[in-house]
Each structure stands twice: as structure tokens, then as C-alpha cells.
Design a protein around this ligand. Structure first.
Ligand code: UTP
Length: 293
């Protein structure tokens, strides 16, 4: 069956990043660096590789530096041109989205992920779209959203990427309930719960921050009550939509680094650095020395 193409992605970047204070007092969490690129760059690259044509950033106060990152930096680029630093100019060219392919809207108060997504309703319009949480950085080939788009082309409806997490960590995440073999590559999702109390999780599969959603989610988010943690939760709206529409779970084939947590962020830095041959050569002995201590 031919499905409507996923052309737009929403990246909610309006959170306060309190787990990284004081680093995030003036610098958005999404601009913290993994090796040599801000976290958000990895996620934008993943979206573009999956065929996304337009990215909607839901931002907040103190986040203007994200807009600057994806814009032309005239002074810097003029100086690089004068100094004939073509390599650096090419790098900046490669990361700049084409004109008109990004939009920025503000979530005036961080009322929760569900509310942030709802803020993008007019910019997305009446078409299926992707959501990528920018603090979840994935390492895989093809990218996580590309894997999901392949599933969506077969199934249509809504698609959620999931990954196994140790049982004692399920209370930190949104966890799905599945129908069918949870070890399979894809399955039907029949329920989900945000941060379940220890021992009550319906599975060990957590939602790793990538979603393909139908536009009806916006109507459900419109009148959404606050849920877990006193926030308007996307999970609650998805649960309501599940009563009417199909949700397919994809077991993501790759690694997820939760860069919203300090340990995940540090692990991402090490993992991506070790992928770079030159850097890995310098880093391995240093890591070896630290681990011996
Ligand atoms: P998190 O809860 O992980 O991010 O939300 P946070 O609130 O910024 O982090 P901590 O817990 O205080 O350290 C996941 C994603 O959703 C966005 C965040 O920016 C993050 O990318 N978000 C969250 C919003 O855009 N608005 C919100 O109201 C909440």
C-alpha cells in the first residue's frame, strides 16, 4: 500500500535541561557537544537521511543559539574565506539546511513533551509526521528514523521505535505493552505507560525517542490533562489514539545514547570518538590508563 510520505519532523527543544545544570544555565542542552558536533546536529542529520524535507523546532527562551547554528555565520565564513580554509567552509555548508526548510516556534512554558508537540500543530498541518527527541542520539546504519520509515511504508499508521532496557531501569522511561513476540523485529503496540513504578512495567521495551505519528494526535493533545510528573505527556495522547489507530513497534537495530543523562552523554562521546580512527588511536591508551586507576 502507498502511504503518505513523511515530509516533516518535529524536534522539541524547549525543555530546561535541569539534569545538566549549571552547564545548561546559558547553553541549551541540545547544544552540548558530542565529540565535535552539538547533540542536535546528530538528530537533524538522522532526520535528513530519512528523507525529511522540513524540520520544525519547538524552542523556548535561551534557545536562539540553536537557530544560529543552522544559519549562515557571515563574519566567521568571510574570515574563513579570506584565510582560504576551504575544508572548514565545506563543513559549514554541509550542515546548513536549505533555505525555507526549517521553522521555529516557541513553547512559552515547558509544560511537557505532549504540549511541545502540540505547539507544532499549525506548522505540521494535516499530514503524518515524525518526532525526534534531540537528546536521544542514535548510532546505526541506516539511521533509526530511516528504519522506521521503511516499516511505515509497509504498515502505515503510527510507528514507535523501542529498545530493551534492564528491568531495574524501566521506571525512567516510557514503556510499551506489546501484542505478539516482543523479540520480533516489529510488533503491535497495545499499551504504553510513562515512567511505571518499579515492578509494574508491562515489558522491558522503552520508547527511545523516535515516533511517526498521524495528525489526529494534535486533537487529542489539545484537551490533554497533565499526567506523570505534572506534565502534558505525549504518551497519554498516544494511548488515546491507540484506541482508534494502529501503532507498530520497531525494535531499533542500533545503539541509543540518552544524552539527557550524564552517563549517556559521556558514553556517546566515547562511542563516537572511538569511531573516528585518528581520535580512537589517541583515546584508547588514555582510556586504558584511566580504567587502570
Ligand atoms: P526531557 O524531560 O528529557 O528534557 O524531555 P528536559 O526537561 O529538558 O530535561 P531535564 O529532565 O530537566 O534534565 C525530552 C525532550 O523534550 C523536550 C526537551 O527539550 C527534550 O529535548 N521538552 C520537554 C520540551 O520541548 N518541552 C517540555 O515542556 C518538556
Amino acid at each position: 500500500m502507498t502511504q503518505r510520505k513523511i515530509r516533516k519532523a518535529v524536534l522539541p527543544v524547549a525543555g530546561l535541561g535541569t539534569r545538566f545544570l549549571p552547564a545548561t544555565k546559558a547553553v541549551p542542552k541540545e547544544m552540548l557537544t558530542v565529540v565535535d558536533r552539538p547533540i542536535i546536529q546528530y538528530v537533524v542529520d538522522e532526520a535528513r537521511a530519512a528523507g525529511i524535507e522540513h524540520i520544525v523546532f519547538v524552542t523556548g527562551r535561551n534557545k536562539h543559539v540553536i537557530e544560529d547554528h543552522f544559519d549562515i555565520a557571515y563574519e566567521l565564513e568571510d574570515t574563513l574565506r579570506a584565510r582560504k580554509k576551504q575544508g572548514a567552509l565545506d563543513l559549514l555548508d554541509a550542515i546548513r539546511p536549505s533555505p525555507g526548510s526549517t521553522s521555529f516556534t516557541r513553547q512559552q512554558e515547558p509544560l511537557g513533551l505532549g504540549h511541545a508537540i502540540w505547539c507544532a500543530r499549525d506548522l505540521v498541518g494535516n499530514e503524518p509526521f515524525a518526532v525526534l527527541l534531540p537528546d536521544m542520539v542514535m548510532k546505526s546504519d541506516p539511521g533509526c528514523l530511516s528504519q522506521m520509515v521503511s516499516v511505515y511504508e509497509e504498515t502505515g499508521g503510527n510507528v514507535v521505535s523501542v529498545e530493551a532496557v534492564p528491568e531495574d531501569q524501566t521506571h525512567n522511561y516510557g514503556i510499551v505493552e506489546v501484542d505478539g513476540d516482543p523479540q520480533a523485529a516489529t510488533f503491535s503496540i497495545t499499551g504504553m505507560v510513562e515512567k511505571p513504578a518499579p515492578g509494574t512495567a508491562p515489558s522491558n521495551l522503552f520508547i527511545n525517542g523516535r515516533y511517526i505519528l498521524q495528525p489526529e494526535i494534535f486533537t487529542l493533545l489539545e484537551n490533554q490533562e497533565v499526567g506523570a510528573g505534572g506534565e502534558i505527556q505525549l504518551t497519554d495522547a498516544m494511548l488515546a489514539l491507540m484506541a482508534r489507530q494502529r501503532f507498530t513497534g520497531l525494535r531499533f537495530d542500533g545503539e541509543t545514547y540518552d544524552c539527557g543523562s550524564k552517563s549517556g552523554f559521556l558514553a556517546a562521546n566515547i562511542a563516537f570518538a572511538l569511531e573516528n580512527e585518528e581520535l580512537a588511536g589517541e583515546l584508547r591508551p588514555l582510556l586504558g590508563d584511566i580504567l587502570k586507576l
